[in-house]
Write a protein that binds this ligand. Structure first.
Ligand SMILES: [Zn+2]
Length: 414
């Protein structure tokens, strides 16, 4: 396994009709993001948004059609196989590759605000009527016609045992022997806010994640980290975009599971936690006024305290500031400190909507962990260090850290 650190195969999100709002009232059991975003009038300048044409925008609040990301979320989980790829071992063993870890991951990351309930009303492999090869599934395949057919077939196969109205999202765990190895091509994909999806029990199967193969890099950590593709894919059903780009994880590194979902565990950016409704309004500070203001940040992975300062640049973008430590889901942090990144709601999924600023450019980073983007691993700013955008007249200084690990951050806008 000489190629441990060079696995760049990544998952893909396709949002076919995000935000079109074409779901009639009550047509889906899932509430939408906007309901759960905590904000006050002071957050107004930080409510950045992109145009309706932006696929899976980072804007807040999240547009409608995605699955609810707070409270109890019921995740229908089906295991499927094919005549040319019969399930090996039990379907529940496949389920066990992702649970209970995925539910625990969401509980930890959301500070308990997302109560994720996986359910398997069908406990055996659900055999699809056609061979896998006939669906024409490949990386980047659009919903039509292959996935539409696959969803129609699995709805038909499961319908007698499943009331689709009872669920907020669908996980399809495909037998790992269908399709290529994830080391070659990652097929795993999510179709989110897809109001045009096939109807089951009167509701569209609008938010569905498909997981293929095994993201096993050969390092021996699969049993501990292989589930992580599922929280990534489910991130899409909650409206989060892909943060990796054509060039791989170089925009955000290992600071968000929407950027890198192989290797050591990681958390979500504070921006994503606010967007998903996991932060209270009082935990998010909007630094919109000119002059200097100071904020105390507590580690993002720990519950309670201030988590995010956002410095808006215009109606669509701004700088986010948060404190990252090795804690909770963040197990790969090798240099704790204040992470500063730009969020642009006008940039679509996979095109680099978030860019992390590296406090130590070209350093090579502080980790050699497999599948962790090394260069950005030491990106965080530490006490005494300053980020500057002279063009916009913005200075962000990490003033100090106290004994409990909290950090003081000073933001100046001219
Ligand atoms: Zn993705």
């Amino acid at each position: 396994m000489a190629a441990l650190a060079t696995v760049t195969a990544l998952t893909l999100a396709l949002s076919t009709s995000a935000g079109t709002g074409d779901l009639g009232p009550g047509s889906t059991p899932a509430g939408a993001g906007p309901v759960s975003l905590s904000r006050s009038p002071a957050h107004g300048p930080c409510m950045i948004s992109g145009g309706p044409e932006v696929q899976m925008s980072e804007g807040v609040p999240t547009t409608t059609g995605y699955a609810r990301s707070t409270g109890t979320v019921r995740a229908l989980t089906l295991m499927i196989d094919f005549s040319d790829a019969p399930g090996q071992g039990s379907a529940l063993d496949r389920y066990g590759e992702f649970f209970p870890q995925t539910a625990q991951w969401f509980r930890t990351s959301s500070y308990g605000r997302l109560d994720y309930r996986p359910e398997t009303p069908v406990r055996d492999w659900l055999r699809m009527p056609k061979p896998f090869a006939e669906y024409g599934i490949e990386r980047g395949a659009p919903f039509d016609p292959g996935y539409r057919e696959l969803v129609q077939d699995l709805v038909a196969a499961a319908d007698a045992k499943v009331d689709f109205r009872a669920y907020d999202l669908l996980n399809v765990l495909v037998t790992p022997n269908a399709g290529p190895s994830a080391l070659d091509t990652v097929l795993s994909v999510t179709f989110a806010a897809n109001g045009d999806a096939p109807i089951a029990d009167g509701v569209p199967v609008a938010n569905a994640s498909f997981v293929y193969s095994r993201q096993d890099d050969g390092s021996g950590s699969y049993g501990r980290t292989g589930y992580r593709v599922l929280p990534h894919e489910n991130g899409h059903v909650f409206g989060l975009p892909d943060l990796y780009t054509q060039e791989g994880g170089g925009a955000v590194g290992h600071w968000d599971i929407m950027s890198e979902d192989w290797g050591a565990n990681n958390d979500l950016l504070g921006w994503h936690k606010w967007k998903l409704g996991w932060l209270e309004a009082a935990q998010v500070h909007c630094a919109a006024r000119s002059g200097t203001a100071e904020y105390t940040l507590t580690p993002l992975a720990r519950a309670g305290g201030s988590k995010l300062v956002f410095v808006p640049l215009d109606a669509r973008s701004g700088y986010a500031v948060e404190l990252r430590t090795r804690d909770g889901n963040d197990e790969a942090v090798c240099r704790p400190g204040v992470l500063i990144y730009k969020v642009d709601a006008q940039v679509a999924t996979g095109m680099g909507p978030v860019r992390v600023y590296d406090s130590r450019r070209d350093s090579g980073g502080c980790t050699r962990a497999p599948n962790v983007h090394a260069e950005l691993s030491d990106a965080a700013f530490t006490p005494g260090e300053t980020f500057q955008d002279p063009h916009r007249g913005i200075t962000i200084t990490v003033a100090a850290a106290d004994l409990s690990g909290d950090h003081r951050v000073r933001v100046t806008r001219n």
